[in-house]
Ligand binder design. Structure first.
Ligand code: 6PG
Length: 263
């Protein structure tokens, strides 16, 4: 199956973040207009922090434009730590955004990193099944899933050579990551691929080589799990800054590039 990869290159990280905010606002508005609710899953790490700060900034249009009352917020993955720990993706999001906007607590679906990993993943899967009103083998269709990419080519908590790469039955799993000697909770590939919109937000020169390897190098998903992100929609969007895009073909006048990847 071929994937159309569209990548937007912004001259600075700040412009990349604003492009991501504009895109997310449009996706949320579209989902709410069409279905009355927008269900989005966000990643952690450091790249999205300025995006969340921008969305919550009352001096910017997003905080007052996003229909928070109709938004359900989920996470793509979480570290197995309590929500008040520095490593927690939830804590980062809370500090950057959640304490500043009017998103009702019962519309925020936190992965419970403080629990036993298997229990936390089972509970999160049950939450998703309930909220999406899924029948047995159905997979949830998020309106938007925003991914990051590690400099090792991982995405979500799908790390190279780990068991979760092969999970096709569960929606959420606990994944042991020997490289970090830790456990993670992560959405699985079937969920990531089913979303109406799947995008990566990738910034910085440190990601340039791995992004080039993922997109243009040999297909080796055990080594580069991000290569597995071939959305069912047939389309994958990357929002990049110039530094991260350094290894990719030049973009057009509109700042967008396009690749057709058949794997
Ligand atoms: C996490 C993320 C992870 C992240 C990448 C990139 O829990 O760390 O969900 O998949 O997106 O590791 O992280 P940075 O944005 O910090 O480079």
């Amino acid at each position: 199956m071929a994937t159309e990869v569209l990548y937007q290159v912004s001259s600075t990280p700040e412009k990349m973040v604003r492009a991501a905010a504009n895109r997310l606002l449009a996706q949320i508005e579209c989902a709410v207009n069409e279905r009355g609710v927008a269900r989005i899953a966000i990643s952690g790490g450091e790249t999205p922090r300025p995006l969340f700060e921008l969305l919550a900034n009352l001096g910017e249009p997003y905080a007052k434009s996003i229909p928070w009352a109709h938004l359900e917020l989920y996470w793509v993955d979480e570290r197995c730590v309590p929500p008040d720990q520095p490593d927690s993706n939830y804590r980062m999001t809370r500090e950057a955004m959640l304490t500043k906007i009017l998103l009702p607590e019962d519309q925020i679906f936190r992965m419970e990193g403080e629990l036993d990993p298997a229990e936390a993943s089972t509970r999160y899967e049950a939450t998703i099944r309930r909220q999406f009103q899924l029948k047995d083998s159905e997979v949830p269709v998020f309106d938007a899933i925003s991914l990051g990419m590690g400099d090792d080519g991982h995405t979500a908590s799908l790390f190279p050579h780990t068991a979760a790469l092969h999970e096709q039955r569960h929606l959420v799993v606990a994944n042991h990551v020997p490289q970090k000697d830790t456990w993670r909770i992560t959405l699985t590939l079937p969920v990531l691929l089913a979303a109406r919109d799947v995008s990566f937000l990738i910034q910085g020169a440190v990601k340039a080589q791995v992004l080039k390897d993922v997109l243009l190098g040999p297909y080796d998903p055990e080594k580069y799990p991000s290569q597995l992100i071939q959305p069912a929609s047939g389309k994958l969007v990357l929002l990049l800054d110039e530094a991260a895009a350094a290894g990719l073909p030049p973009v057009g006048e509109d700042g967008w590039g396009q690749l057709e990847i058949a794997r």
